[in-house]
Design a protein around this ligand. Structure first.
Ligand SMILES: [Zn+2]
Length: 292
């Protein structure tokens, strides 16, 4: 499943091709993806100019100048392709993307000559259209917690979110109602970077007066760093890995602890070995020696 950095990379890849352009024509190859397309989907999109392309958690938000917003979620296997002078696939991370045209479900023909196609073999993705002012009330968006890359997401915010919580840090950070879009991989990576055990109660992020602790400061910094580094790495595939046929090279992001059970701890001078355990149904990877 695409994680937040991947979705952000897709957003940054689509932005220059789409923002400012008008949707000239919409092709729908089927009536649904995960859910049926909203009523009059084609007609409501056609003729609209894309004013901005934003992201909330793992949702892409195409803001249209007519006052509606197109919401898109990539599900398990969704991807966008831009056909212009050269074909590019923004946000190709570590999965082989389908190039099979039978999985092309939606094609947006733009007045700048580009065609943006949505491909999704497993069809867990979806698209919806909503009045922009009602975005916060959309059932998929209304319950979402803090955006971890927002400027105001810091140690104080972590302390406020988790003061008094007895939930283990790992489970607390995965709670989408508190922090939105931070997936299993990046929680493992951030806890390693902050030297925090995934089993410590989340309440350690605030002292008795609710003031953020050093752990909160380290964790806020680590969360931002692991996400930004992954976005940077994903973005570099857009710039550097374009081959002659216009396809982007597939990118293997190097995770430090995730999926590295049995490897020596990468922290200098630590003699630990990366361990794995199932925590609330998800694999947790951590170093039992240096994560306290
Ligand atoms: Zn270690």
């Amino acid at each position: 499943m695409p994680e937040l950095p991947e979705v952000e990379t897709v957003r940054r890849g689509l932005e220059p091709a789409m923002v400012g352009a008008r949707i000239a024509k919409v092709e729908l190859r089927r009536g649904d993806i995960r859910f049926p397309f909203p009523p009059r989907f084609r007609e409501r999109l056609a003729g609209q100019r894309i004013a901005a392309l934003a992201r909330r958690a793992k949702y892409l938000l195409f803001q249209l100048d007519g006052g509606e917003t197109l919401i898109a979620h990539l599900g398990m296997s969704g991807s966008f392709r831009i056909d212009a002078a050269a074909t590019t696939t923004p946000g190709a991370f570590h999965r082989e993307r389908s190039k099979d045209p039978k999985h092309d479900h939606v094609a947006l023909h733009l007045d700048n000559g580009s065609i943006v196609t949505y491909n999704d073999p497993r069809r867990f993705g979806f698209m919806d259209l909503i009045r922009s002012e009602a975005l916060e009330t959309h059932p998929r968006l209304s319950g979402l917690g803090d955006e971890p890359l927002a400027p105001q997401f810091d140690a104080s915010r972590l302390a406020k979110l988790f003061a008094g919580s007895r939930a283990p840090l790992k489970a607390a950070l995965l709670d989408q109602k508190r922090i939105a879009g931070l997936g299993n991989i990046y929680v493992c990576e951030a806890l390693f970077r902050a030297r925090l055990s995934p089993f410590r109660p989340a309440g350690i992020l605030a002292d008795a007066r609710g003031v953020p602790t050093r752990a909160a400061a380290a964790l806020a910094k680590a969360i931002r760093a692991v996400l930004e580094e992954a976005i940077e790495a994903g973005g570099s595939t857009l710039r550097d890995h374009r081959r002659a046929d216009g396809e982007l090279g597939y990118f293997q992001h190097a995770f430090v602890v995730y999926d590295r059970e049995g490897s020596p701890c990468p922290r200098p001078r630590c003699r630990g070995t990366i361990a794995r355990i199932a925590q609330s149904g998800r694999s947790t990877f951590w170093c039992p020696v240096c994560q306290k």
